[in-house]
Ligand binder design. Structure first.
Ligand code: PHE
Length: 340
């Protein structure tokens, strides 16, 4: 039986060399190793082998099966890699991939809002929120803005049929917060959208973004307001930043100021840019809040506070040298990609 096995082995290995597709390899496997295959048939002959030869023949059988099996596997692998190589023929697999989509990036307005919020949180302010569809009370009356004030004109403000309106500033969140807090001090910031019937141009949109701030306690002074905001603007624009407080009027603060930041551009004359409104909370506002609350937590004789409202779009424009506010809402990826 030994010579037969040797012959089968060399015959099988020779046959393998000529096989070049999956079907013939499978046929080969069946022909030699399958249930009715020739090696299987020879193994059955073990029965008739005299006992003293069984060991030798058995070892031979194993050797031949192993040789044929590994020969087959090697052939299958060689075939597969030839197929793979043919599939990528002419393709430089070391080239970088072609991205289907560009990498996303954070919108400059989001970045500046987060930076502003982070900076003010370090000073102890916490986030507050209010609706964009507001009542006249929260947007105007409680903020000491009487019915005949020009801001309440239909040509300036978007009114809904039920008398509510799209808030014209985030100052409404001052009122909402003071109406609901349980104790002093109040130290909140509220970023969000505000709406006005503005003619749209390079510096005006009918929807823009503000960040409101309010600090109410006992003995809050104008010095606190100034220190807080000067620190804030230096954090945002850098330590050299020059800020000026220009006397102004807001119905809900007294005294009131507009804040300008001095912009130095290389080769250009420096100019002042108005960036925020602020002031000491008018006692009339505390009185209005007290009326809704029905208690004296905000007793106008006892508490003082300051408030401010920043233009976040302006902040982003100054910081990034954006000359047209409309870029911020057009979602042109050529513009947005610059901030990636
Ligand atoms: N609400 C004012 C505006 O929209 C800004 C402001 C906020 C002024 C808080 C004073 C205090 O212009």
């Amino acid at each position: 039986m030994l010579p037969q096995l040797d012959q089968l082995k060399s015959e099988a290995l020779a046959a393998l060399e000529n096989l070049s597709d999956e079907t013939s390899l499978e046929n080969f496997r069946v022909a030699y190793l399958g249930k009715k295959g020739s090696l299987t048939a020879l193994s059955a002959g073990m029965r008739d082998v005299p006992p003293d030869q069984k060991k030798e023949v058995g070892a031979k059988l194993n050797e031949v099966r192993e040789a044929i099996t590994s020969g087959l596997t090697a052939r299958q692998l060689a075939l597969q890699s030839a197929k793979d190589a043919a599939a990528v023929q002419g393709i430089d697999v070391t080239l970088p991939g072609r991205p289907g989509f560009g990498t996303g990036s954070i919108h400059p307005l989001t970045t500046i809002r987060d930076l502003a919020v982070r900076t003010l949180r370090r000073m102890g302010f916490v986030l507050a929120d209010g609706p964009e569809i507001e009542t006249e009370w929260h947007c105007f009356d409680a903020l000491n803005t009487p019915a005949d004030h020009p801001a309440r004109n239909e040509s300036d403000t978007f009114y809904l049929a039920d008398g509510r309106l799209l808030r014209t500033h985030t100052s409404s969140v001052q009122i909402r917060t003071m109406e609901t807090v349980k104790q002093l001090p109040v130290r909140i910031i509220a970023p969000g959208a505000a709406y006005r019937r503005d003619e749209i141009d390079a510096t005006h949109l009918s929807v823009f973004n503000q960040l409101e701030g309010l600090f109410v306690s006992e003995n809050v002074s104008l010095g606190d307001l100034k220190g807080t905001l000067e620190f804030f603007f230096r954090e945002i624009f850098g330590p050299q930043t020059v800020v000026r407080f220009r006397p102004h009027f807001f119905p809900f603060t007294e005294p009131s100021f507009e804040i300008d930041v001095k912009l130095e551009a290389k080769g250009k004359e420096s100019r002042w840019i108005e960036i925020a409104g602020c002031g000491m909370v008018d006692p009339a506002v505390f009185a209005a809040v007290s009326k809704t609350r029905g208690d004296n937590l905000f007793d106008p004789e006892k508490v003082t506070g300051f408030a401010f409202g920043l233009g976040l779009d302006r902040l982003a424009m100054i910081l990034h040298g954006i000359t047209d506010i409309r870029h911020l809402i057009e979602n042109d990826v050529r513009f947005l990609g610059q901030f990636a």
